[in-house]
Design a protein around this ligand. Sequence first.
Ligand SMILES: *[C@@H]1O[C@H](CO)[C@@H](O)[C@H](O)[C@H]1NC(C)=O
Ligand SMILES: *[C@@H]1O[C@H](CO)[C@@H](O)[C@H](O)[C@H]1NC(C)=O
Length: 245
Amino acid sequence: MCSFRRVASQTALISGLLLSGLPSANGHYGFPVVLINGIASKWWEFIRWDSEPMVCGWNGTKTGHRTGTAKIEAGGVIGFRAFAATYNEGFVKTREFDAQIDGVGHTGPGQAYMSKAPGALEDYEGDGDWFKIGTSGASDGMYWDSTGKPEINFTIPKATPPGKYLVRVEHFNISPQFGMTQLFVNCAQVEVTGSGKGTPGPTIKLPGYDPADPGIWIPRAMYNPYKPSDLLKKYKGPGPEIWTG
Ligand SMILES: *[C@@H]1O[C@H](CO)[C@@H](O)[C@H](O)[C@H]1NC(C)=O
Ligand SMILES: *[C@@H]1O[C@H](CO)[C@@H](O)[C@H](O)[C@H]1NC(C)=O
């Protein structure tokens, strides 16, 4: 979890998280489990648990060598399963999914990005180019599609060229107050197979968001409208256009 308001005081926030490390005590969550076409991985099997918080989550750009690589054919579905925590490995025990406390805990959108490793995936710190593969918004104009769900699913575009990638999930605890939106981020190591020949883009570098982006600092009229609203249906996540392949 990191909040745009606190980007300048990351150290303080990290200590705060360590001190408040009780699962679900304050509604935080992360994505230690990946689903490949519906088959769940072990905890941290393919998710890096050590990074620049905005790139791959707390402590997650540098643990590639301790992380496995999941295989998925282009066109398949990757899901990121959320568990309540203020964690890294070490301060939350691996456990079964508990529908009472686990899942995507806050109201807001989710997005996923991919970045191809220029060399060995395990050494890649995510400082290259990222393209977006999906946004989970509020399709009924009322509720955020991902909120309360056990995982967020994204399709790896069929035209994705084979190779080794970081796949990054982010979920926003969205707020209409400037600087109050919080971000929950993790990265999975993934080998894409198949015969995709697309050219993914447009790309961005991370962290690349403007905290004033309306996808982050959401207009008050779009916040909890409690009735279907075209405004919320038209929510557009921050970052580049989605590459569908
Ligand atoms: C995610 O996809 C898997 C199959 O790939 C499915 O079993 C699961 O229900 C989906 N989750 C959501 C929240 O849609
Ligand atoms: C994560 O980073 C913090 C702060 O740098 C450190 O205290 C902690 O031990 C790290 N956790 C792991 C699991 O490496």
